[in-house]
Structure formats: structure tokens, C-alpha cells
Ligand binder design. Structure first.
Ligand SMILES: Nc1ncnc2c1ncn2[C@@H]1O[C@H](COP(=O)(O)OP(=O)(O)OP(=O)(O)O)[C@@H](O)[C@H]1O
Ligand SMILES: [Mg+2]
Length: 334
């Protein structure tokens, strides 16, 4: 059996801060196969970005990272910074929420894509410039040769995001990590960007990790889903199963907060009451218990570990009452 494109096992990321130790990611594991999309979803602060930066090896030095990250079987966590920078950009590419933070204001968009390509492919200047224009065309930017000579501030938000994708894909990576790539965009542009990524994925068999706090985005693009809560995996499942039968109360809460097409315009969106858990002083039991409509006494005492759920091996849920939508009074006291 060949190794999966990306295999993350028992990933742990701990920051030491003035206020104490922050366990931002605690024992996260997942697999991404070529041509597949993993959606990572969770509210702000749940550890999505920290997870993706750890996969890219971008945390090194400032924090403690444990666990294993394998790309086509190759362990990345033990590579030197030099070896790793070759993997980054060439084999793994990342796009961020805010393209302005990754595009330099002083250089033209074309120069930046060309330079990125030159560094990784040791291409000549003319070849790199041509590559930049081709890539801008490929991501649907009209008049790419002219646009390549413009600066980032001359691009609209959606075009900047396309330019970021062009830069990320210029080196033909095997894996794309997209951290909230469409959050800042209006819905039409968001749909276009998601379609663009899906098309390129189909053409090239790209593996994609799509990070978002929006389950609607996950529903459109993901094959598999990891739901994070307080730095841990609440639920992991094939996307169709997760949407058909959310087993963790947090997943159910997220699904309930999805806007519905049939809801009246002035109807306020449901949201999950309460606030995210503190990572500085984690509770002994389930991190979601204080907000959970399902929580019983046991939930505040014993932390639930991810356990197999349903028929297939792919599904895990970390909940003492996985899949049971309502609780009895007797359970609440248990
Ligand atoms: N360098 C750091 N030092 C200390 N704590 C950090 C650091 N980076 C992230 N954290 C903490 O780790 C937790 C997870 O952060 P992360 O950025 O992964 O959240 P996220 O799920 O991406 O949220 P968002 O949806 O807002 O982007 C947060 O509590 C954050 O404050
Ligand atoms: Mg983030």
C-alpha cells in the first residue's frame, strides 16, 4: 500500500506565554489523499491555523511541536530548516486569509509569482515571467500580461486571492493548505474561488486542506471533515455522513447555526451560546461541557477521547453521548 499524501498523527503544539502554557493543539490526527479535500472546521481560537502552520513546519523554534507529519511517507518534523523549505513551496503550498499580508506592496504581482517560481525551480528570469503570466491566466485573471505588471493594491480582493492561488500553484505542489481563503470575499467571489480550487484539484490530483469556520464552505468542497474544539478533535467523519448524522453536540450546534434558505430574512441566526474554552487552564472533563445542551455530570469529570462511531473505521467522535440527541433527567445526574 502506498503512503497517503499527508498523514498527521498525534500533533501537539504548545506555546509558552507570560500567562502560562497554552496547549493550542492537542493530539490531532488526519489523513489527506491525493485528489481529496479535508475540511477543518471550528470556531475562532480552536487551533485550525496553528495546526496548518505546524504541518508546514512554520512553528519551529518558538514553540514545542510533537507528533508526526508525513508527506508521501516522508517524516517532516525531523527535517532541517533547509530541507523543509524545499518541501514548502515545492510540494506543499499555502494560501492565507488575507492576501495582502502575503503579497508585498512594493513589487508587482507578476514579479512576486515569478520570483517564487525562480527560487524553487531555478528558472531563468524570462521563463519565470512567462510562468507568472500563464498562472494568472489560469486562475481567470483577464489580460494577465498587463495585470502581471500591476501592484497588489491595484487588484480587487477577489483578484488578490486569485493571485495568491496562482503563486501557490506556480510550483505545482501536491498539497494545498488553504486557511480561510474566502472569508474576506463576497459570496459570488467566494464561490468562484472555491470552484477554481476544485477545478485545479481535479486537473492535477491536488490534495487540499480547507480551513474554515464556515460549515457551508465545508459542505461544498470537503470529502472528509475534522471538527475542532479547544485544540482537540471533536468529530471526524466523511462529509456526507457528518451532515446526514452529526454525532457530536458541537457539530450539531454548528449545523443548527447554518443559515437556511427557507428562513425568513429577519429571523436572527441561531448561534452557540457561551464562549470558547480557555487553553491556559483546560477543564478536567470535556471542554465543550459548559456549553453543551447534552452535558451530564460525567462530562465535567471525565474527558471523552475520540472513539470509533458508526460502521466504518473512518469516523470518530469524542463525546460520552455520541449520536444521542436528547438526554434524560436521570442521565443529566449521572
Ligand atoms: N504564537 C502564539 N503564542 C501563544 N498562543 C498562540 C500563538 N498562536 C496561536 N495561539 C493560540 O492558539 C489558539 C489557536 O489559535 P489559532 O490561530 O489556531 O485559531 P484558529 O482556529 O485558526 O482561529 P481563527 O478562526 O480565528 O483563525 C488560540 O487560543 C491562540 O490564542
Ligand atoms: Mg485561523
Amino acid at each position: 500500500m502506498t503512503a497517503p499524501l499527508l498523514e498527521v498523527r498525534d500533533l501537539r503544539v504548545t506555546f509558552t506565554t507570560e500567562r502560562g502554557t497554552v496547549r493550542a493543539v492537542d493530539s490531532i490526527g488526519f489523513t489527506v489523499e491525493a485528489g481529496r479535500t479535508l475540511g477543518i472546521v471550528g470556531e475562532s481560537g480552536s487551533g485550525k491555523s496553528v495546526t496548518s502552520l505546524a504541518v508546514m513546519g512554520l512553528h519551529r523554534g518558538t514553540v514545542e511541536v510533537g507528533g508526526s507529519v508525513r508527506l508521501s511517507g516522508q517524516e517532516l518534523t525531523t527535517l532541517s530548516e533547509r530541507e523543509l523549505s524545499r518541501v514548502r513551496g515545492r510540494r506543499i503550498a499555502m494560501i492565507f486569509q488575507d492576501p495582502l499580508s502575503s503579497l508585498h506592496p512594493y513589487y508587482t504581482v507578476g514579479e512576486q509569482i515569478a520570483e517564487h517560481f525562480r527560487v524553487h525551480f531555478k528558472a531563468g528570469r524570462a521563463a519565470a515571467r512567462k510562468r507568472a503570466v500563464d498562472m494568472l491566466g489560469e486562475v481567470g485573471i483577464p489580460e494577465p500580461a498587463r495585470r502581471a505588471r500591476e501592484y497588489p493594491h491595484q487588484f480587487s480582493g477577489g483578484m488578490r486571492q486569485r493571485a495568491m492561488i496562482a503563486m501557490a500553484l506556480a510550483c505545482e505542489p501536491d498539497l494545498l493548505i488553504a486557511d480561510e481563503p474566502t472569508t474576506a470575499l463576497d459570496v459570488t467571489v467566494q464561490a468562484q474561488i472555491l470552484e477554481l480550487i476544485a477545478r485545479i484539484q481535479q486537473e492535477r490530483g491536488l490534495g487540499v486542506v480547507m480551513i474554515t469556520h464556515d460549515l457551508g464552505v465545508v459542505a461544498r468542497v470537503a470529502h472528509e471533515v475534522l471538527v475542532m474544539y479547544g485544540g482537540r478533535a471533536a468529530e471526524q467523519a466523511p462529509a456526507d455522513e457528518l451532515f446526514a448524522d452529526p454525532a457530536h453536540p458541537y457539530t450539531r450546534g454548528l449545523l443548527d447555526s447554518l443559515p437556511r434558505l427557507d428562513s425568513a430574512d429577519d429571523e436572527p441566526l441561531p448561534f452557540i451560546p457561551g464562549s470558547p474554552p480557555s487553553l491556559l487552564a483546560p477543564a478536567s472533563g470535556c471542554a465543550y461541557a459548559p456549553r453543551c445542551p447534552r452535558a451530564a455530570a460525567r462530562c465535567t469529570d471525565v474527558r471523552p477521547e475520540p472513539e470509533a462511531y458508526g460502521d466504518g473505521p473512518e469516523r470518530t467522535v469524542a463525546c460520552h453521548f455520541a449520536g444521542a440527541p436528547t438526554r434524560t433527567a436521570e442521565e443529566a445526574a449521572r
